[in-house]
Design a protein around this ligand. Structure first.
Ligand code: CMC
Length: 473
């Protein structure tokens, strides 16, 4: 399926009057859905740039993959509503849809699934990468490193094989990161298990004991991955596209996406949300917490979104799923989890009735209930964002493919509004005035008194030689 060119969508023209009175005609494109886009590419030839930090008004590319209608709370993948996909498809079905353009036939789905499963094993040499990480290393740090290192193993693949590798290998790397953190042997994928079952098997089986994943958990995990599959030009996807614009190795680009996802404003919000719920602790403490949010002491994690100005449709699905998983646990459900669910429900209700949140159109996003669901399934908190990364891997690689195949594509290289010093005369070192409070001076002072990361204090000797003066135990 070839991607429609933006130039074919030119319908109108916008006229911009510059400060010197010059009129500039700018093409306006009509997308399939969403606001019209003014093409400002020629503006630099008139000596002007546009200024849009955070890309709030900038369409950085054209895409056919996914679409969000923020005010309506609508999410489409290749034109299909997320609710319909969630009710009828598996994660790999949606992955195929994103990569191929249409939903697979039964035969195509079977072949695609077995190809993904066949690629889940890792090269044995990759195992040694894990040994370099401390036991308590955050699994997202391991993901960034090990996924990036895949680029050293596969640097000559065609795009479709790369896509298969990304989808197949991320769960294996993720489960190995977890096993490394708890000091257990790595567990390998199995051809007789589904994609979601394989992840749970690699996480929870040991050479001593098999793990039989409850059906409810397998279905829930598959749905969680599906709900995260793609989401327009979010921060991590944009990172992958920008990294790919220099023709970098796609697996290294995916590692860049993982790094971007990690932050608590993006994929790290699922981990931050469960920590926030634990910190609040009781239903009674909710009003006081909301007051702190309103005075901007902290944020209500799992709430708000750049594009949705209505409930995130993924959040609605996640809330139902959370309820189902906790119910499936029945009497085995830890009472602290029940309590956290009550805190979350109370928090949501109170926020949705509060002017601070309604005026700013802040609603629950996908991360509000995902942490509770994953906790109920026995997934440790530090793995929450890793699961987001596994789900989003197909979105990243589909968007990477789309971006590198775009006609007339150019390296991503934004302009800036420079607000620093204008050119000034150079000052020789002996004539400079000391400024001890600069950004880096504080860290230099601290390092000189405490020593380096290995506890060694260095001073600079007379001839500029570094001399070790003391060791800390
Ligand atoms: N809690 C309290 N206030 C908020 C929140 C929040 N979660 N989100 C936005 N606001 C306020 C913000 O302070 C600002 O207030 P004011 O107008 O008084 O300055 C107003 O709402 C507009 O917010 P914004 O900062 O312009 O919103 P943004 O589009 O730049 O940021 C966001 C979007 C998702 C980063 C932000 O809502 C946020 O930090 N949410 C919490 C973290 C979170 O849950 N992230 C997951 C997003 S969904 C998963 C994903 O796809 O990554």
């Amino acid at each position: 399926m070839s991607q429609p060119k933006s130039d074919d969508r030119k319908k109108q023209t916008a006229t911009l009057t510059l400060p010197d009175g010059k009129m500039v005609e700018l093409p306006v494109y009509t997308p399939s859905d969403g606001p019209p886009c003014i093409d400002v590419r020629t503006l630099q030839s008139y000596g002007y740039y546009t200024y849009d930090p955070g890309f709030t008004s900038t369409a950085s590319c054209s895409s056919v993959l996914s679409y969000i209608d923020g005010p309506k709370g609508l999410l489409l993948h290749r034109g299909y509503r997320i609710e319909d996909l969630a009710a009828n498809c598996s994660y790999l079905e949606v992955a195929y849809l994103l990569l191929n353009g249409n939903l697979p036939t039964r035969k195509h789905l079977e072949e695609f699934t077995s190809s993904v499963l066949a690629m889940m094993m890792l090269h044995m040499k990759l195992r040694s990468f894990f040994q370099g990480f401390k036991d308590n290393a955050h699994p997202m740090a391991i993901m960034v490193g090990v996924v990036g290192s895949l680029s050293a193993f596969y640097d000559n693949d065609d795009r479709a094989t790369t896509a298969l590798r990304v989808i197949a290998k991320l769960p294996t790397i993720a489960a190995m990161a977890y096993k490394h953190s708890i000091g257990q042997p790595y567990i390998y994928p199995r051809a007789d298990l589904s994609y979601a079952e394989n992840f749970l098997h690699m996480m929870f089986a040991t050479p001593f004991e098999e793990y039989q994943a409850p059906d409810a958990f397998v279905k829930a995990l598959d749905l969680i991955l599906l709900l995260h599959a793609d989401h327009e030009q979010n921060a991590s996807t944009t990172t992958v596209r920008i990294a790919g614009s220099s023709d970098a190795n796609p697996l290294a680009c995916v590692a860049a996406g993982i790094a971007s996802l990690w932050g608590p404003m993006h994929g790290g919000a699922n981990e931050a949300t469960i920590k926030m719920l634990r910190e609040i602790g009781t239903v009674e403490a909710v009003p006081e917490f909301l007051e702190r949010v309103k005075t901007k002491e902290c944020k209500l994690m799992g709430f708000g979104h750049r594009v949705y100005k209505n409930v995130d449709p993924r959040a609605k699905q996640m809330k139902v799923l959370c309820d189902q998983v906790i119910n499936a646990l029945g009497e085995n459900c830890d009472p602290t989890l029940h309590n956290l669910l009550q805190v979350a429900l109370t928090l949501e209700k109170a926020a949705l009735a509060d002017e601070y949140f309604t005026q700013r159109k802040l609603f629950p996003n996908v991360d509000f209930y995902s942490g509770l669901t994953l906790t109920a399934m026995g997934i440790p908190t530090s793995m929450f964002t890793v699961l987001f990364a596994i789900g989003r891997s197909v979105g990243w690689i589909a968007q990477w493919k789309e971006s590198v195949e775009e006609t007339g594509r150019r390296i991503s290289r934004p302009r800036q509004m420079y607000i620093g010093e204008t050119e000034r005369p150079f000052i020789k070192i002996d004539d400079r005035i000391a400024n001890d409070d600069g950004f880096i001076d504080t860290a230099v002072k601290r390092q000189r008194s405490l020593g380096n990361d290995h506890g060694v204090v260095h001073t600079v000797g007379q001839k500029g030689m570094i001399r070790t003066t003391s060791f800390k135990s």
